[in-house]
Design a protein around this ligand. Sequence first.
Ligand code: NAD
Length: 483
Amino acid sequence: MAQMVIHGELVNSVGGATEEVRNPATGEVVDTVPRGTAQDVEQAVGAAKAAFPAWADTPFARRAEILYKVVALLREREKDLAPLLTKEQGKQVRESVLELRRLAHTIEHYAGMGKNVRGGYVPLLDKGKYGMILKRPIGVCASIVPWNFPVSLMGNKIGPALLAGNTVVVKPATTAPLTVIEVIRLFVEAGLPPGVLNVITGPGSVVGEALVKHPAVRKIGFTGATDTGRRVMALAAEQIKRVTLELGGSDPMIVCDDADLDHAVSAAAVGRFFNCGQACLAIKRLYLFEGIYDQFVGKLVERTKKLKVGNGLDPDTRLGPLHTDAQRREVEEQVQDAIARGAKILVGGTRPEGPEYEKGNFYLPTLLVNVPEDARMATEEVFGPALPIWKVKTLDEAIEKANQSIYGLGSSIWTRDLARANLAAERLEAGYTWINSAQIIYDELPFGGVKQSGVGKEHGSEVLDYYMETKAVVVAPAPEQTK
Ligand code: NAD
């Protein structure tokens, strides 16, 4: 049985309850984890609070040194961790390796920033007076992560939080906590002092809420659904806590008539079907210029038909199962809603048939056209392998439609025309715009949604502003020195 990590020790829940983690491809139990309670939260936050003063006082170079050791351990253990991630999450094992590499890259990025944290000095505020801008850690931070990229999304939070001198309590999703626990054990193995990084498991409505409400938790970094983010923000507001919320998205991709079609088709297929479509940054709405519509759709249909659905542990698989049956049902309902309103399926639209698919949450990669603009697929986030496609006449029309969403996470445009690209970058309401590029996140650039896709930024040097307090100090000379 997997256990939580509190004060550097492996522990069970105080209440002793456990829950099963099941493989989405087979339904088999992968392992069990403690079903945590508010009492466990108390212990974990207590450990993080006690560890804070010493960690906040630890030089940046030493903090970075531990993070670099974690990176080395992650690279060494990648082969053991990847199948575990596939078994609990469902993703193809190659994608599990990519996620673990992404995590290592992110932690390395923050270790590297350890030599570049700066405050400020402001001369001559008044005669003889100067100002200083101090950067201090915040305190105990909660990192609440979802199941779609459980370890890399955790890295986006704990990397900057730890480098900045905060201590952390991580809360993984109930259905994908195992690799998170193993990764946190690597941090302990790398020499992180006890209590600096803790992990508790259990239901979001119990453990997650207790963490958000705990008075000693000063900042919440949350990634998950927009509705849960709304709840977290409301709870955090009661004590005016800092929040970073990375929430849902419905990313539009616009392909103009002068685009490099082959690369754009590849980006659309990978962008929609990577991780079985369960990515916040997946391409969820496709707008094609009339002139290239038929050719583009033809190529995308061919590519989609070739994607092999199966158990993520099979090296030939390109699309694993959806993470849960509830997730699959939601996608099915969204597709059915579109069909009922007149949409046409070009490929997919059903579960695959065969004995190997009976026990898992499989669904065929799906392309649809004629989806009305008030259909659920157009207005909601589609968190699975189904993509609605629309024809547009002009860039103005494409941008207007792209912006007709409550979400504003990512967006992309494919064109060889600099003026079109610049216009899209200026006008698309999103935290990120990719121009002629697949939707890849870079640690070097700030990431975070607008509208109901979230508040605050992760990545980039900007993230440190979200994990540090900025304090102003005025220094005046002593009276005898002014004479
Ligand atoms: P979710 O909101 O159901 O759960 C996310 C985490 O919050 C889990 O650990 C869960 O246990 C916890 N939680 C649930 N209720 C809670 C509560 N009341 N208080 C505190 N914590 C609570 O999300 P999910 O289904 O795991 O993930 C899918 C969603 O995440 C999608 O909407 C996706 O777009 C979004 N997402 C966003 C980003 C981003 O960077 N913007 C990245 C990945 C996923």
